[in-house]
Write a new protein. Structure first.
Length: 322
């Protein structure tokens, strides 16, 4: 019997939506391996989210230690690897977030586990489908090691529904921590009232055609009217118009919201790789030949200078009439 150890990210007392997608994958993998899902929460304050995790997994292991305040792969990976052994894991999995992509390869190395990254589908207990070539092809890979490590693509797995009955929460010690010389110097985080890019139901993205960071203010007005997150093309982030963590695409964030606005974005394959799973895509671009129109559900061929004020005005009218 092989259990599936699901590393779950949390914020305060709740699991992040990325963790819920990982738990959906973990349930599928556990069914294929004839085991159970063991949700693992690591970090200072992890205990607060234990009860929430127990709504989704039969077993929850919490490693809550003040020394784990700042995430470091060097300290987290040995804990995950140790728990994999203690809980008879056949699969160790995390969502392919910045943390998951950093953590799981190190845990895989410690476990001598073969790894499938950015998995979009479980094909069998040991075979996994993952996108390649900026999402233009899918490859199926088989991993034959006794323990398999995976990261999964959040947008390909729906959020797990709660179980009928809450699972059991146990605590585990962090053990001796050795960061191998790595230290956290400082954390620079941007505070925003907007939803997280990867969680948002609506995303408003701008590209190089916005010309300056100042011009993004009109996109932010649209985003705030719609309760949306802000995104951008790499050309816009590389030019310093907007923060780097707004980047959507192959080397940025993968999003699949209900509604995606691509404004003054040409639609390069590397950008499409990060947003083409969106349910409805609206493109505003002055060039009728822009490739973005090939994936758009609604296309407006005009400048953003003309389209955005009109769109914002109309949305305000609709909101006011409600
Ligand atoms: C290895 C690699 C990884 C990459 N990863 C990413 C990634 O993760 N994400 C990403 O986005 N890119 C990525 N890129 C870059 C990608 O190839 C493109 O260069 C980039 O997406 C282009 O951004 P853009 O559409 O904003 O700019 P452009 O291609 O310059 O397009 C600007 C668009 O704005 C339109 N426009 C101009 N003025 C106006 C106006 N006034 N009103 C309306 N429309 C207007 C133009 O018609 C044009 O279509 C990657 C490239 C490589 C090589």
């Amino acid at each position: 019997m092989g259990n599936v150890l699901a590393f779950c990210e949390f914020g305060g007392s709740t699991l992040k939506s990325s963790a819920l997608s990982n738990l959906t994958f973990a349930r599928e993998a556990a069914a294929a391996h004839g085991g159970d899902v063991v949700a693992v929460l690591i970090g200072a304050g992890a205990g607060a989210a234990g009860a929430d995790a127990a709504r989704y997994a039969k077993q929850v292991v919490v490693v809550d230690d003040a020394a784990l305040e700042h995430y470091l792969a060097e300290t987290y990976a040995p804990i995950l690897a140790r728990l994999a052994g203690e809980h008879g894991a056949s699969v160790v999995t995390a969502t392919a977030t910045t943390t998951g992509k950093d953590l799981i390869p190190r845990a895989a190395a410690l476990l001598d586990a073969g790894m499938a990254s950015d998995v979009s589908k479980l094909a069998s207990a040991t075979t996994f489908v993952r996108p390649i070539l900026a999402g233009n092809a899918a490859s199926t890979i088989e991993v034959s090691t006794p323990i398999i490590a995976t990261t999964i693509r959040q947008t390909e797995f729906a959020a797990a529904e709660p179980l009928g009955a809450a699972g059991e929460v146990v605590t585990a010690a962090a053990g001796e921590l050795d960061a191998l010389g790595a230290t956290v110097e400082r954390i620079e985080s941007s505070k925003s009232d907007r939803p997280e890019l990867t969680d948002a139901k609506v995303v408003v993205s701008g590209g190089r055609g916005m010309k300056t960071g100042e011009n993004f203010k009109v996109l932010e007005e649209l985003a705030d009217l719609l309760g949306a997150a802000m995104g951008a093309s790499r050309a816009a982030t590389d030019a310093g118009m907007v923060p780097a963590d707004w980047q959507v695409g192959q080397t940025g964030k993968i999003v699949a919201p209900e509604l995606y606005f691509a404004v003054a974005i040409s639609g390069a394959i590397q950008h499409l790789a990060g947003m083409k799973g969106s349910k409805t895509i609206v493109a505003i671009n002055k060039d009728p030949e822009a490739p973005i129109f090939q994936v758009a559900d609604y296309g407006v061929v005009t400048t953003w200078e003309k389209a955005l004020p009109e769109l914002i005005e109309e949305i305000k009218k609709v909101k006011a009439s409600r």
